[in-house]
Design a protein around this ligand. Sequence first.
Ligand code: AMP
Length: 279
Amino acid sequence: MERLVDKAAMRRWSQRTHAAGRRIALVPTMGGLHAGHLALVALARDHADAVVVSVYVNPTQFDRAADLAAYPRDLAADAAALEAAGVDALFAPADMYDGVAQPSTWVTVEGLTDRLCGATRPGHFRGVTTVVTKFFNVVAPDVAVFGRKDLQQLKVIERMVRELDQGVAIIGAPLVRDADGLALSSRNTRLTPTARQAALALPTALAWARDAVAAGATDPAPIIAEVRRRLVAAGGEVDYVAIVDDEELAPLARIEGPAHVAAAVFFGGVRLIDNVATL
Ligand code: AMP
């Protein structure tokens, strides 16, 4: 596995790889790697000849300085996991912004980013779309893989690529859960054992909602109320619970077609997100 720490070296590696006729898949991450990330790597391998994984904790997508400071970082462990997974290149730049603390150029997707996580994390998606565009410009991947755990992020990236003609095929990877149902997340390492136990209310409540819809419920309001009640009873501090359509991720007045139940909840001060499809 090649280890690349600056943008020029990454660009040269990409040019060499393309010159050899090999298709490149990029898996962007913020490190703290777990089995969910490695499933993305495996999927990337199916769609390309060479897999690049980026590890970069992007400061511009954090709305809270404390969250950025506390974000788990362990590049040695990440590199070992990626080497074992047969990744071709690890791109771990020290700074994607060349020391510019406040960039003046941003990539912004409107509308879709106003809701769900965008409503309570101002500037978050602008940071994501900007850094992902920078990664696309440097790595020049043919394909990039994003997880359905961050469903809104996936939709935002798909739209950005389409509307800006970025020419990267976006692949959505299934959400990977721990054996007890909790969605794998780098942030899970920050949960105390008590908070982790309490956090199981999140996948349990969402599974209950999915089952309620499968049993014929079509009115979102009472389902959302019951999910909130369960989360609060478990000690969660609810950011949002929503039942949304598949395209715009807009709240539904009635559940008829494909929909998702999505939630963000703080357990022990750690913000967790999860979602389930209702079909
Ligand atoms: P992160 O390092 O948390 O920014 O995530 C990097 C990529 O891994 C994103 O595309 C996430 O959606 C994806 N990812 C993180 N956790 C999971 C999971 N449990 N299942 C599937 N994909 C995930």
